[in-house]
Design a protein around this ligand. Structure first.
Ligand SMILES: C[S@@+](CC[C@H](N)C(=O)[O-])C[C@H]1O[C@@H](n2cnc3c(N)ncnc32)[C@H](O)[C@@H]1O
Length: 225
């Protein structure tokens, strides 16, 4: 199947993706340049049919994309909620391996298996542990644990995307007085960073020299290893 067939389908639903539309498009454009087979590993599966603007329907998008690629391309997803994995299994194709359980343990086991099978992951899409925007710490910690579980199999070009992770930065609405200019010098005011689920993943990325490839409501990094 041609890649263009996937984009014909994507165009029919992309307007429903809202804040995720452009970054999902960038994810697929990045995958277009990656070798077959495309292997996508996701945490947090599609849980409500047609909920494009709320959650994203990521499992369905990845399922469609891998179907348009080489036949060994595949999606692996995990969710702790059996209701979510049941709903997902009724929507996606057999090309998706759906697993019920905690994502950190699942990713740890998957990592060991993929090392044995010499299988390369093209994309990790981390979107489990629901985010409370007023208290994002627990979700952010969980996504850092997911990254720890997969660290051994991350390659320079492996794309890691975390959902619900926009850039935040210092904001001043009024005109800055000359005597206050000192205050916005780098080092005195916190630099812009990644909020939400990906906050600690980004701190770690900065420490090890991984780079943001793009960021809008979702953030994508490469170069963790
Ligand atoms: C935002 S939803 C995923 C949405 C999906 N990616 C989409 O685009 O439609 C988050 C999911 O993470 C699951 N979850 C929460 N904690 C988890 C954990 N520790 N391990 C695996 N899944 C978890 C929830 O059950 C929920 O279904």
């Amino acid at each position: 199947m041609e890649h263009s067939n996937f984009y014909n389908w994507f165009d029919t639903i992309s307007s429903k993706l809202g804040v995720r539309k452009d970054s999902f498009y960038q994810i697929f454009k990045y995958l277009d340049d990656m070798p077959d087979p495309i292997i996508i590993v996701e945490t947090g599966c599609l849980r409500i049919k047609d909920n494009f603007s709320g959650d994203g329907q990521s499992t369905l998008l990845f399922d469609k994309y891998t179907q348009f690629r080489n036949k060994n391309s595949k999606v692996y997803t995990v969710d702790i909620d059996p209701k979510a994995t049941k709903a997902c299994s009724e929507i996606v194709s057999k090309n998706v391996s759906i697993n019920t359980g905690d994502s950190v343990k699942y990713l740890n086991d998957l990592t060991e298996n993929f090392i044995k099978e010499d299988l390369n992951v093209s994309l990790f899409y981390l979107d489990s542990f629901d985010l409370n925007w007023k208290s994002p710490e627990q979700s952010s910690q969980h996504h850092l644990k997911e990254l720890v579980s997969i660290k051994k199999i991350l390659k320079k070009e492996t794309l890691v995307v975390v959902d619900d992770s926009p850039i935040i930065g210092y904001l001043k609405q009024s005109k800055i007085k000359k005597e206050n200019l000192e205050l916005i010098k780098p080092g005195l005011v916190p630099a812009p960073t990644i909020a939400g689920k990906g906050n600690l993943v980004h701190e770690y990325a900065c420490d090890v020299g991984a780079k943001i490839l793009f960021s809008s409501y979702q953030t994508a990094w490469i170069g963790f290893n």
